[in-house]
Design a protein around this ligand. Sequence first.
Ligand code: CP
Ligand code: NVA
Length: 335
Amino acid sequence: MTSPLHGRDFLKEVDFTADELGALIDLAVDLKAQRRQREEVQRLQGRLIALIFEKTSTRTRCAFEVGAYEQGAHVTYLDPSSSQLGRKESVADTARVLSRMYDAIEFRGSAQSTIEQLAQFADVPVYNGLTDEWHPTQMLADFMTMREHSPAGTAFNELSYAYLGDARSNMGNSLLVMGAIMGADVRIAAPRDLWPADEVQELARTHAAISGARLTLSESVDEAVAGAAFVHTDVWVSMGEPADVWDDRVRLLRPYRVTADVLKSTGHADTRFMHCLPAFHDMETTVGRDVAERSGLRDGLEVTSEVFDSPANVALDQAENRLHTIKAVMVATLD
Ligand code: CP
Ligand code: NVA
C-alpha cells in the first residue's frame, strides 16, 4: 500500500496536519521497535539520497546516513567545499541535476527560502535538515521523546513543556509552532528581544485556534515553567551567527539557564530536561570553555552540568529518536 505521504517534501511543520505529524511519529515508534527486535524490514532498497550540509552536523547527518543504510538505501554527502552549490551553480540547477540521479534530497542551510526553492525545482522529495527558521525533523524526535517519557496513553495535546533561551531561532520557532499544531501547552520564556518574530507568533496563534493549544510567551521563567512536564533549551548562539554576539547573548540569557532550581520550580513531580544538542554544559568544548571563562559560568551555559548529568536529562533519548523519526520521514515519503 502506498503511504499517504509518498512523494511529499518535509520542509516545515505547518505543511502538515497534526494527524500526518502524529502518523510519522507512530511510524518512528514502529521502526524503533523493529530495530530493537532485529526485525527491521527494508523498505528503501536501492534508493539514493543526496545529503547537502551547508552547516555542520552530527545527529542529523548520522540519522539520515544510518537510517538510509538500515533501510537498504545509499547516500551521498555534499558540503559547500566539495560541491558547486552556491558558488558556481544555482540552487535551481542543483535541484534539477540531483533529481536526475537521486530519489530524495536532504538540505541543511541558512535561509528557509533556499530549501523552498530547492523543493520547487526538484522532482523528488526534499527534507529540511535545519534552517535558520525551522528544525522540523527535530520536532518529530522531540514529540516522540516527550510521549515516551509521559504516562502511557498520553496524547500529544496533553503534553506541557517550556522552552527557555534564544526563542527567535529555529528551535524556539519550531517548538512554538509544532506545539500549536499538535494542541500542546507551550510556554516560552526569553527576553522580549529574543521572542519568536511576530509572523511566527501569528502562525502559532492561528494553529492554536484550531487545535486548542495553549500558548504562553513570557519574560518570566517562573511563569513559563509552572506545571511543565518538560523543560527545553538550546544553544544561546546558533550556527551562522558571529562569535562576537556571545557576550551580549550571555548577558541577556543568563537568567534563563536551566538549573536544578528551575526544574524544581515547575512543581511537577518528574520534570524532564530536553535539548536538541549539541549543548554547552561543561568545560570540554573550545567554545564552551572560552565563553565560560569570560562569563564565569563554569558549570555550564544554557544548562548546568548538574542538570545535564542528572536522571532528569532525556536528551540522549531525544538524540536517538532523531534516527527513528528521520527514518520514518524517508520511509513514508519514498516507500
Ligand atoms: N540536533 C541537531 O540537529 O544536531 P546536529 O546539529 O548534530 O545535527
Ligand atoms: N539553534 C541551533 C540548533 C542546533 C541543532 C543552531 O541552529 O545552531
